[in-house]
Design a protein around this ligand. Structure first.
Ligand code: NDP
Length: 282
């Protein structure tokens, strides 16, 4: 039986720490505010943004959502990014992705001041991360590191395999694992002999975006398995990128879906907003 890595409970710990940090700043006469730019009417994005507002209010953090119709111009969004960059009341902000067709996210994300880039996704933040310099870190991989650390799962010297190389998850995950002194292999859709490579891992992070593609054949006996995937099942509920029932008996520890990586991602956004607010005080 694998140990279940409870992201919900660990996220609750982090949220409590953030709430205490906010109180401290407020006692010093400062507040923390997280803003979100939401464009169009994608229902998944609306749900995620609603979740972010609820999370912020739960820890006593102010938040504001800037809503625009899908037809908004790139220039209007550029102007808003500039406004938020310069507004001292805004500790940090994100542009909720994906943007509707016709809008280009990269120039917007690149324009966010790194000190306010609480998603940690702009090229400067990514560059700083890869150089080992201080930066706000992308929420999902940072949340995974926190989840492993807080379950006392060592990374140093371990074989870590990351399945996926997106800018959002796979690449920053690999950077953070390197920073923890793991030996890191990154796999992707052109990797040959995926099951053989994956089954070398002491720590296997799966972020392929392919529902339940990872099975027992990809997993070494005793490995720690982290499932980043989120897929809505037609019959209701969520599935991950890992076939949980098949992998769990082989793993020593595994994240569930839901209740694993998802809550950690959300908690780390709050953590980043607090960190951004502290940095602007310094
Ligand atoms: P992307 O689709 O951007 O990236 C998927 C990566 O997996 C790519 O690098 C791709 O390779 C690789 N890949 C796809 N199919 C295969 C395959 N058959 N074999 C090997 N590699 C493969 O996804 P994201 O990184 O954005 O997200 C990954 C998953 O995590 C999704 O399910 C997403 O919903 C979820 N997610 C969950 C979060 C959470 O908080 N829990 C947060 C963010 C994402 P290539 O580069 O060659 O195309």
């Amino acid at each position: 039986m694998a140990r279940i890595l409870d992201g919900k409970a660990t996220a609750a710990e982090i949220k409590a720490e953030v709430a205490a940090g906010i109180e401290e700043l407020e006692a010093a006469g400062r507040s923390v505010r997280l803003d979100v730019v939401l464009v169009g009417d994608d229902p998944a994005s609306a749900t995620y943004v609603g979740g972010k507002e609820a999370d912020a209010s739960q820890v006593g953090m102010a938040s504001r959502v800037h809503r625009f119709p899908a037809g908004v111009t790139q220039q209007r969004l550029t102007d808003l990014v500039d406004e938020l960059n310069h507004d001292p009341a805004v500790s940090g902000f994100i542009v909720q992705l994906p943007l509707p067709e016709g809008l280009d996210p990269l120039p917007l994300i690149s324009r966010i001041r790194p000190e306010k880039d609480v998603d940690g996704l702009n090229p400067e933040s990514a560059g700083r991360l890869s150089m080992g310099l201080p930066s706000l870190m992308p929420c999902t991989p940072h949340g995974i590191i926190q989840l492993l650390r807080r379950h006392d799962l060592p990374l140093e010297g371990r074989e870590a395999v990351v399945l996926g190389r997106s800018n959002l998850v796979g690449k920053p995950m690999a950077q953070l694992l390197l920073r923890e002194n793991a030996t890191v292999t990154v796999c992707h859709s052109r990797t040959r002999g995926l099951a053989e490579v994956a089954s070398r891992a002491d720590i296997l992070i799966v972020a392929s975006g392919q529902r339940e593609m990872v099975g027992a054949e990809h997993v070494k006996e005793g490995a720690v398995v982290v499932d980043v995937g989120i897929h809505r099942k037609q019959e209701g509920g969520l599935a991950g990128d890992v076939r949980f029932d098949e992998v769990e008996p082989k793993a020593s520890a595994i994240t569930p879906v839901p209740g694993g990586v998802g809550p950690m991602t959300r908690a780390m956004l709050l953590h980043n907003a607090l960190q951004a607010a502290r940095a602007t005080l310094a």
